[in-house]
Design a protein around this ligand. Sequence first.
Ligand SMILES: *[C@@H]1O[C@H](CO)[C@@H](O)[C@H](O)[C@H]1NC(C)=O
Ligand SMILES: *[C@@H]1O[C@H](CO)[C@@H](O)[C@H](O)[C@H]1NC(C)=O
Ligand SMILES: *[C@@H]1O[C@H](CO)[C@@H](O)[C@H](O)[C@H]1NC(C)=O
Ligand SMILES: *[C@@H]1O[C@H](CO)[C@@H](O)[C@H](O)[C@H]1NC(C)=O
Length: 840
Amino acid sequence: MRHCRVFSFVLILQTIWFSSSAQECSISKVNRIDCYPETVPSVQEHCENRGCCYDPKIDANDDVPWCFFPTDYKSYNLTNYKPTIFGFQGMLTLASGTTHHFTKEIQQLKLQVFFETENRLRVKIVDARQSRFEVPITTPKVTNAATNLQYKVETRSDPFGFIVTRKDNGVVILNTTVGPLIYADQFIQLSSSLPTHDIYGLGERRGNALVSTNWNRLLFWARDQIPKDHANLYGDHPFYIGLENDGKAHGVFLLNSNAKEIELQPSPAVTWRTIGGILDFYVFLGPTPEAVVQQYTDVVGKPFMPPYWPLGFHLCRWGYGTSENTWNKVKEMRAAKIPQDVQWNDIDYMQQHLDFTYNHDKFNTLPNMVSDLHNNGQHYVMIIDPGISNNQPKGNYPAYDDGMELDVFIKDPTTMEPIVGVVWPGATVFPDYTHPSIGSYWEKQLLRYYELVKFDGVWIDMNEPSNFGTGSKSGCPNNTLENPPYVPHVTGGALQDRTLCSSAIHHSTTHYNVHSLTGLFEMKATSEALESIRKKRSFVISRSTFPSAGLYGGHWSGDITSTWEDLRKSIVSIINFNMFGIPMVGADICGFSGFTNEELCIRWMQLGAFYPFSRNHNMKAAKAQAPVDFSTSAQVPMRNALLKRYLLLPYLYTLFHSAHVNGTTVARGLFLEFPQDSNTRKIDEQFMWGSGLLISPALYQSASTVNAYFPAGFWYDCTTENLGKRINSNGQYETLQSELHGSIPLHIRGGNIIPAQYPDLNTKKSRKNPFLLLVAPDNTGKACGELYWDDGESLMTENPSITINFVLSGTSLTSYPSNTGYSGTMLLSYVSIFGITSKP
Ligand SMILES: *[C@@H]1O[C@H](CO)[C@@H](O)[C@H](O)[C@H]1NC(C)=O
Ligand SMILES: *[C@@H]1O[C@H](CO)[C@@H](O)[C@H](O)[C@H]1NC(C)=O
Ligand SMILES: *[C@@H]1O[C@H](CO)[C@@H](O)[C@H](O)[C@H]1NC(C)=O
Ligand SMILES: *[C@@H]1O[C@H](CO)[C@@H](O)[C@H](O)[C@H]1NC(C)=O
C-alpha cells in the first residue's frame, strides 16, 4: 500500500507541469533549482526580478521551491577554451545585459580544469581579474595532466556548464547544466545532477549516515551547538561520497571555508551555495568507497599517527572539583581493575578558568597526581580554550601579555584593538591561529604550563570559536560582511551568533573567510607545540575541525545528551569523521549532558569500547558516570567490553597506521565495505573496524537481542560466550543475544587474521603481554592479516617499526616480517583458528 502511494505521488510530481508565462518554466517539480533561497517569496515580483519562474506551491507540506530558474536562464558563456598542460581552461563571461539582482556579480571568470590523477579531477572557477580568498591548506600541486583518465569532462558553452562522466560505464557523476552558475562577490551557486540518491558524508551534522535528498538543506559554519538534527555543528566538511547503483563510488569535495549551504533535492541533484571564496571542486572516481576516501586524503592530507596510549580508555568529567577527587577516581578504577590509560580534566582545574593555569587551592596536588599517573604507565590530558582573559593585572598573565606583544589577537574591525568576547573566564580576546607568529606564541604558553604540569596531550574546546555573546562585547559594525546580501540559514540566524563579528580582522583576511578554520589551525599549532615540547608523537582532540584536521589530531562529537537516540547517532559521527580523514574520533560515552542511567551507560560503555577514541565524559551538573560510579554488577560488562578493546588494540593500532600511510578508514560503515550489497546502504547502527571486525551493539532500551545484518560470507563470533561460532551468511539478518550484563556482539569476517594481545589495566602493561592471532578462514580456507608495531610514541621520523603479514593457506599459517627495525620483544603465545570442523 505504502509503495503504491509513493509511486503515484511520484507520478503526479512528474506529470504536473507549470508555466508562469513562458515555456522555459516547464520544469517538473523535483528538478526545480531554487532561485530564491532566502525564504519563500510571497511577492511574485521579487522572484521575477531575478528572471526566475514563480509558482506558489499547491501543497504547503512539500518543499519544492516557489521561485526557480528557467531552463534558458542567462548566465556565463564559455569562450577561449584551450587545452593546457594540466587539462584545459577557458573564460566565462556574464551574458551582456543580464541583471539577476545578485549583488556585485563578477563579469569575467576563469575556468581551470586539472586532470590531476587518473581518478582525481579538479575544477576551479576564479575571478579572472582579481584574486579572491582561497583556503590556505596545502593541496597537491599538479603541473601535468594525468593519462589513462577514468573520467571524461565535457563543457557546454552557453550557458556554461560541465559534465563529468565515468568513462568505463558512462555514469554521469556531475552535470552542472541542470542549473545556472551564479558568481557574485558574496553569493556563489552551482547545481549538478547526481547519479544516485545514496549520498554520505557532509558534516558536521547529527542525523543518519545516508543523507536525505528530499529537499535537504545542509549548513556549514562552525558553531558551538548542542548536536541536534538540521543544525550546523562544530566542524565544516563539505565532502560527500555517492554510491552509484552498481556499487561504484565517487566523491566530491568543495574546498571553501565560507558560510555555505549544500542542498539536495529529489531529481536527484545538488546545489552548492557559498557566500565567499571561490569554487574549487575535487572529484574522486573511486571506484570503491575506500578508494574515494584515500583519494580525498591525498588532497587534504593523511591522518596523523597516534601514539599507542590514546588507544586505551580515557576518563574525564567536568566537575571533579578538586585534584583529590580526580585522583581518587583513578585509584578507584585501579582498585576495581577496570582498564584506564588516560585521566583528563575539564575546565574546573583552572584558576578562574584561565588557560595555562591550575587552581592552586583545589587542584594543589595536580602535579603529584600526574606523576602518579606516569609512574603507573598512565597519561594525562587537560582542556584549553581559545579565549584568553584580557582583564588580569598587567604582568600577572603572560598568555595575554605575550599575545599583546606579538600582536597575535584577532582585531575588532572598528577599533583595530583585540576583539573582546565573553567565554568561561569572562571577557576574553582570541588568538588568531592564522597569524604567522602563532606557533611561537602558543608553544611558549604550553611550555610554561608544562613546566608546572607534565601533560601528555591537549584537548582543545570552544574553538569554533565560541563566544557567549553575539559578535563582540561592543557589538559588530553594520557592513556587508556582518549582514551579507544572502545569509545561509545557519542556526542562530546570523553569522555572528555565538561567535565573533564576521568583519573581525585576522592577519591577512577577515573572520568571514577563516571562521571555520579556527579549529584546524589551533590543532596545527597545538600539535606542533606538543611535539616540540615532548619530543614524542602528539595527541590533540579538537571540537572544531575542517578538512585536513586529521593531520594534527582527532575529534569528539561534542556536547551530546545522555539519551538512547544520541547513543545511536554517535555511530554516524564515528563513520562520518572516518570518511573525513579524521579517524581518531569518539563520542562522550554515557552522554555529556543530562542524567545517564545504569542501563544506558552499560550499553554506551559496550559501544564506546569500540569508538576509535574511547572516552567517558560528562558535565558538571550531571551525576558521576565513571564505570566505578555504578554497581559492581554493572562494572562487569563495562570492564569486559574494555578488556575486549584492549585485547584487540594491536589490530586497531595497525588500522591507524594504515590510515596514516594510505588514508584508509579505521572505523567504517557497512556501506563503505560492502557497496555492492544494497542492503548495507541504510545501515548505521552497526559498523566495522577495518574490513575484519563487525560491531553490532545493542542500542535500544530493554533490548536483550540485536537484529544484526551480515553481508555474504563467513562470520565468526568473537564474544567469550560463543567464541568461534560461525554464521554462513547469504546477506541476511540474524538475531543475536546481547544481554545487558553480557558481551557486545562482535564478529570476525572470514578471510581475516586479527592480531591481538592479552589485555591489561593499561597499555604500558598490555604492550608487554604475549600476542595472539585470531584466524578466521573464508570459504576457501584462506585468511590473511597484518600487524604493525613500534615503540608506540617516538616521532615518526625516528621510529623503528616492524610489519608482519600473516597468511593462512591450506594447513599452514605463515608470517612474513618486513621493515624489521623494531628491536623490542614480541612473543606470540596463542593462535586460534576458527572453523576447523575435524581434529587436525
Ligand atoms: C554568448 O553566446 C551566445 C551564443 O553563442 C551569443 O549570442 C552571446 O552574444 C554570447 N554572449 C557573450 C557575453 O559572449
Ligand atoms: C545534463 O543535463 C541536461 C539538463 O537537464 C540534460 O538535458 C542533459 O541530457 C544532461 N546531460 C547528460 C550527459 O546527462
Ligand atoms: C545596516 O545597513 C543597511 C544598509 O545601509 C540598512 O538597510 C540596515 O537597516 C542596517 N541594519 C542595521 C541593523 O542597522
Ligand atoms: C598501503 O597501500 C599499499 C597499496 O595497496 C599496500 O601495499 C601497503 O601495504 C599499504 N600500507 C599500509 C601501511 O597499510
